[in-house]
Ligand binder design. Structure first.
Ligand SMILES: [Zn+2]
Ligand SMILES: [Zn+2]
Length: 114
């Protein structure tokens, strides 16, 4: 059985990057970087299809990511991020997950079953 693409999620993602975000990265520090050093608002200045202003080089692409990876694909938990913020955000999530796993294995060692 082939899985059908999630039309609703695609539509929501499109609405988020085009309408809500207006083609601009919605990161306001989620990735761990402060974006307001040079600009008056706190959002990342990277815009879809333009050259990267912050975080790297190349043309900006927008990726719709989950803010909280364990929460659902609701519009409040989804955020349009440029590839640079997305990469940092995902790294942060991966690091947090690794830390949690490490914590669990330490706890498991301290609580032997036998
Ligand atoms: Zn960004
Ligand atoms: Zn960011």
């Amino acid at each position: 059985m082939s899985r059908k693409p999630d039309i609703r999620l695609l539509a929501v993602s499109e609405w988020i990057s085009e309408t809500r975000a207006g083609g601009r990265c919605e990161c306001d520090g989620l990735c761990g970087r402060t974006h307001n050093r040079l600009f008056t608002d706190i959002r990342c200045p990277n815009r879809l299809g333009h050259n990267t202003v912050e975080g790297g080089t190349g043309t900006v692409a927008l990726i719709v990511d989950r803010v909280d990876e364990f929460a659902g694909d609701t519009d409040t938990n989804l955020i349009a991020l440029c590839q640079h913020c997305s990469k940092r955000h995902r790294n942060n999530l991966a690091q947090a997950a690794a830390k949690r796993a490490e914590q669990l294995s330490i706890e498991a060692q301290h609580n032997p079953l036998f």
